[in-house]
Design a binder for this molecule. Structure first.
Ligand code: 13P
Length: 335
């Protein structure tokens, strides 16, 4: 019943060379990043940090949508304005992370399954009421000897399909995130094979579960050699492997593709997106952009360090990295 509305939201999220800002670190992940910099791991410091982000001047020039974490939905600025109102005022669409993280897949050592489907219909209805129009659900697939197994891929793909169908029923655009992790010493070819297998399984489930592809966004990993692989590849090869694979397995009808950064150095993430647009911009049937967390936020967090006196400089860095990635989408990025 929401088919056209969903398509319009997906189009707005992908419009004008903008991208998504994933500011949805779970409590554990956010605290881990704070701890590394000596920032107190408290709700108040997480609130201050998210205030810094949403009040960054002109962020809307490069960011179309912000993915929030549940805690952030109800938080306000020091002066009492809700973060959701601030984003709306800027014309940034609010979204939310709805998975509940990943747990060990029983009987499959080293593999994980994403959780969070229980009660999702009711949660999504509440989010729609609050004005949220898109949601993200992340599954992770690890590469190692003998893994991923078909069972792990199938179980995660099925879960992503269930989530996406529930979102669309609620008028919410699903951002479907099957992340093939960078950890390990595997080659770029192995990452390409695994990523293709995963995407094929995911799109099969989306089809079987009657998800409208026009009203969804895919949030994939780039195709990269493992972090510990001795055979690292240059930007051209990474762009070629990624786009060639996606052309084979991502249907032309999807509303868009928005990459996760997954722990790449932030300049590399921008360079690689830039190269994909530069070389293949004309070939691609789908809009291609970013949905980065670390590759936009980390340099700003490093500057802020939890101190008010650093807030403005951190906001300038955040604005800058967001603008860099928007430039990459236009194939105009230079480091
Ligand atoms: P990174 O860009 O840091 O990988 O985060 C994206 C994300 O949303 C992970 O779920």
């Amino acid at each position: 019943m929401y088919t056209l509305e969903l398509k319009n939201i997906a189009e707005r999220l992908m419009a004008d060379d903008k991208g998504l800002l994933a500011m949805d670190e779970s409590l554990g992940t956010c605290n881990k990043r704070f701890k590394a910099l000596g920032i107190p791991e408290t709700e108040e410091f997480r609130r201050k940090y998210r205030e810094l982000i949403v009040t960054t001047p002109n962020l809307e020039e490069s960011i179309s949508g912000a993915i929030l974490f549940e805690e952030t939905l109800y938080q306000k600025t020091e002066t009492g304005t809700s973060f959701l109102d601030i984003l709306e005022h800027k014309g940034i669409i609010s979204g939310i992370k709805v998975d509940k993280g990943v747990v060990l897949l029983p009987k499959f050592p080293g593999e994980k399954i994403a959780e969070g489907l229980d009660g999702m219909r009711e949660r999504l209805a509440g989010y729609y009421e609050l004005g949220l129009r898109f949601a993200k659900f992340r599954a992770v697939i690890a590469i190692d000897e003998g893994i991923p197994t078909k069972t792990c891929i199938k179980a995660n793909a099925f879960t992503l399909g269930r989530y996406a169908a529930l979102c669309q029923e609620a008028g919410i655009v699903p951002v479907v995130e099957p992340e093939v992790l960078m950890d390990g010493d595997h080659s770029i070819q192995r990452c390409a094979e695994v990523t293709r297998d995963v995407l094929k399984a995911v799109f099969n489930e989306l089809y079987e579960q009657r998800v409208s592809l026009e009203g969804m966004i895919l949030k994939p990993n780039m195709i990269l050699p493992g972090l510990a692989c001795s055979d690292q590849r240059d930007t051209e090869e990474i762009a070629a492997e990624t786009i060639t694979s996606f052309l084979r397995v991502v249907p032309a009808a999807v509303g868009g593709i928005a990459f996760l950064s997954g722990g790449q150095a932030y300049q590399l993430a921008s360079e690689r997106l830039n190269m994909m647009q530069h070389r293949y911009g004309q070939l691609m049937p789908w809009p291609l952009t970013f949905s980065f967390s670390r590759a936009i936020q980390q340099p700003a967090l490093d500057i802020w360090k939890g101190e008010d006196k650093n807030k403005e400089a951190a906001q300038e860095m955040l604005y800058h990295r967001a603008a860099c990635n928007s430039a990459a989408r236009r194939a105009e990025y230079s480091a």
